[in-house]
Design a protein around this ligand. Sequence first.
Ligand code: GLY
Length: 397
Amino acid sequence: MKNSQRVTLEPVAMPERFRFDETFVSKAVKNATDIILANLSEYVHMYPTAASEKLQYGKQKNGEDWVEGFWTGMLWLSYELTGNELFRAVAEAQFDDFQERLNRFGGLSHHDIGFLYVPSAVAQYKITGAHKARELGLRAAEQLAKRFSETAGIIQVRDTDRQGVFIVDCSMNLPLLFWAAQTTGDHSYYSKALRHITQVCNYIIRDDASTFQRFQIDEVTGQPGKGEQGQGYDDKSCWARGQSWVIYGLALAYRYTREPEFLEMGKRVANYCLNRLPSDHVCCWDLIFTGDGDARDSSAAPIIACGLLELAEHLPEEDMHKQLYDTAAGDILMHLAQEYHTLQGESNGLLKHGVYVKKTRPGKEGIGCGDDECCIWGDYFYLEGLVRLSKKWNPYW
Ligand code: GLY
């Protein structure tokens, strides 16, 4: 049985609640790129920390974290939006940091190699055609591919984790493999990415179209184990950012494979999410929370918007979701711009009310970080969403 037969496609309730006025975009672009420009000299060979503290990002070397690629990606997006050569010059200068990191294999024993090298090396190659950026992106893909387990059919999350564990977040690392296959003609990258996203559909997406964050498959027998929530509220809930990673990941898997099942599954996870948004359409940090007074995760919301725009691009005109997803994405980005954007001088980040790891998970009270702060991936995907609304754009992913 196909997963799309197993998993519910909820109709989107009250689709007319989504609307936006695209005149917000130019002001939003200016507000965002002004802040990025103001921070440029501070973050040339130092990178923003994953989350801010009291709305100020710290500084870190391009060393151990999984997030450094987002800042470089924001510089490329800013360059594409404004044509300002300063953004390009700093993004190009950061190439050496990513190369040096891959050479020493620093902080790369995990699946987030895609988050690091797609918005940096691959973006640089797509924008400038630089051969060295292509080579670096391909070397990164080679390392990601080495994490693939033939028996489990997945990219292992971290070396330190139990064998056979994969997480929903990795859906967004797969474009590095799909791109490598397309660029080199080496089909092994394609089949690894395809098998991984298929296992996501098989085991991470539940029957009601919500998701686990983590799942384990027995490395010896290939038999499925059980799902867990990880960064979400509990094992039965649905972590909003996990859902956002898979909405966008499935849309991109369709872009590369043209496999209709990924569009079908993309619609299911998207509709589940759209039906659980509070009235400003910026998701709460876990989708079990839907009230206007519940804590949001503004860093998941723009990922949802970018995923909806990517899904809409591939849907046929006669599918009513096409227009709906375009409108819902614009609506989410408009609310972020108007109600979640930092005020002038308040922060060196873009979006307030993001959550890295929530501090109020049952049994894990107080264990968390970046709770109600700016998150650098949220800022990246917000800017990407604005680019997508501004022009026809060749995705870095
Ligand atoms: N990939 C980790 C996160 O989304 O927090």
